[in-house]
Design a protein around this ligand. Sequence first.
Ligand code: ATR
Length: 281
Amino acid sequence: MTISGKTRVTGLFGYPVAHSLSPAMHNAAYRALGLDFVYVPFQVTPPNLPSAVCALRALDIAGVNVTVPHKETVIPYLDCLDQSALRCGAVNTIVNSHGTLTGYNTDGPGFTDALREEGLSASGLKAVVLGAGGTARAVVSQLLAEGAAQIIIINRTVEKALALAVALGAQDRVQVYGLGDKAPLAGAGLVVNTLSVPFRQEGGWLVDLSPAAGALFFDLRYGAMPPDFRHYARELESPSVDGLGMLLYQGARAFELFTGHKAPVDVMKKALQHGDGSFAS
Ligand code: ATR
């Protein structure tokens, strides 16, 4: 990869960022299309976020992805928000257009792109979502926007799940339950795990999902977390996938916002699988 006087800079704001697969994925895509762009991880601590956002304008950075812990706190520093960001109250992509910073969220659409790849459409779907944090909000708001018929949110803190349903104005299609409750899971076509803890606890599995056997079990975690949720899916003889598909498609959509070019999805997928997007290659 050659840096020229005209190279456009993109990157990632997060804390930490060292583990991120996004630089490999985006740099591989730039290389494949011969685009004079580079993608750099920027470690931004929470107190430095306001000045980092100002630097996007000062340094004419084309755009950045935003990850933990800045997805919600970055919003006040932006000029406008796209519908996708408004819907889930979080931003994962900022585009700098001549100094105007627009916030987008490609997590939700990236999730349903990955779902489609597994042959599942949100329209008319009954889905179960484990968790009620930021990731769950992106997933639930997108499923609702694409016409899901019923969503059951299961969370340790039921009040948080209820607050999410209310915030999305969707109490008619969303029901909430605690981890040990007997939720009406039969007939679900999809179970999504967004929990930040292992699914296998000392007492056994965190939630009894056996009535949803046969659904697609979608674990949004990948990397260091144990693949225990997928083990459970196998125990229930249900198909399962991990979160790499969502990472891929949220990245592909961000790539298109940064560059205006159609994302080379196969190249990006390969980079995620083999980590072959390094600067050295
Ligand atoms: P993210 O932004 O990735 O969604 P998060 O907002 O921190 O992350 O959400 C983490 C999820 O894991 C929440 O649903 C949280 O449940 P609470 O709302 O009750 O906090 C869940 N979680 C975290 N620790 C947990 C634990 N020990 N047992 C069960 N659920 C847990």
